[in-house]
Design a protein around this ligand. Structure first.
Ligand code: GLP
Length: 262
């Protein structure tokens, strides 16, 4: 795992978008794993701008989102399908047939989860998995005690997550209680993982996820096991990290980051 600290949320999102664009340019038929949430809104708006300037082309790109709510029609305002259509898919030249999200309305949810895993395999696996982090330390909707080897499945959402997501549904009562999510094992199979977290409210959980012991209580700690995981944070989210000097030194000195310092 490596940690990159950028001055603010905009520059952290900008670096993230540039890494996604780099994967899209250097991989013939790129497969992206995508995330939702407030943090990703800036990333998608930067990617849309890059597309409009002709810097990225989504024609040959396939995407798999981490998760989707159960029991919410895909065209309803709170669904992750709606979020993705609105913020990215309808604004770029991606083929809608190559944009996958789990179907939270499927009659047989177990079968839908198996189908989703198979679709990822059929696409050749995920080249670049974008991740946010929830307040309980979850990636996707892998709530506390999610098995490190879990695959795509239905999960009950924790009270913390329901509170976090309630603004999108008007009230806690109207917020879905369950979701289909890629498993921790599914996420760890991606060839590259990038977790983006910004803002002071993420600082404590980032410190645990990055420098704390690996535990199923915080599914983001599983990323410490990934051979190629980059955690991109802003100064506000970095305040509780002990090894900040080392992380800054790596970004300033490693040739891998030469093109990204400006
Ligand atoms: C939801 C999503 C996660 C996301 C998290 C954080 O729980 N399922 O994938 O990382 O929200 O969202 P935000 O960026 O709004 O803090």
């Amino acid at each position: 795992m490596e940690v990159i600290i950028r001055p603010d949320a905009q520059s952290a999102a900008n670096l993230t978008a540039r890494l996604i664009a780099c994967t899209m340019r250097t991989t013939p038929n790129p497969v992206l794993g995508l995330a939702t949430g407030r943090t990703m809104l800036i990333v998608y708006s930067i990617l849309v701008e890059m597309y409009r300037r002709g810097e990225v082309d989504f024609r040959n790109t396939t995407t798999f989102n981490l998760d989707e709510y159960v029991g919410i029609p895909s065209n309803s305002p709170g669904s992750y399908r709606t979020y993705m259509d609105k913020n990215l898919f309808k604004k770029v030249n991606i083929d809608g047939a190559n944009t996958y999200l789990p179907d939270g309305m499927a009659a047989d949810l177990n079968h839908e989860c198996e189908r989703y895993e198979q679709a990822i395999l059929d696409a050749g696996g995920i080249d670049f998995q974008l991740l946010g982090i929830g307040r309980s330390g979850h990636i996707g909707f892998n709530e506390p005690l999610s098995a490190m080897r879990s695959r795509t499945r239905e999960k009950a959402l924790s009270p913390k997550t329901i509170i976090q997501n309630a603004p999108f549904f008007g009230s806690q009562d109207g917020t879905p209680r369950r979701a289909i999510t890629m498993g921790v094992g599914t996420i760890l199979d991606a060839r590259r993982c990038v977790l983006l977290a910004t803002g002071a409210e993420k600082a404590r959980i980032i410190a645990k996820a990055v420098e704390g012991p690996i535990t199923a209580m915080i599914s983001a700690t599983a990323l410490q096991l990934h051979p190629r995981c980059t955690v991109i944070i802003d100064e506000s989210a970095a305040v509780h990290l002990k090894n900040q000097d080392y992380y800054r030194w790596i970004f300033e000195n490693e040739p891998e980051w030469d093109a990204y310092r400006a």
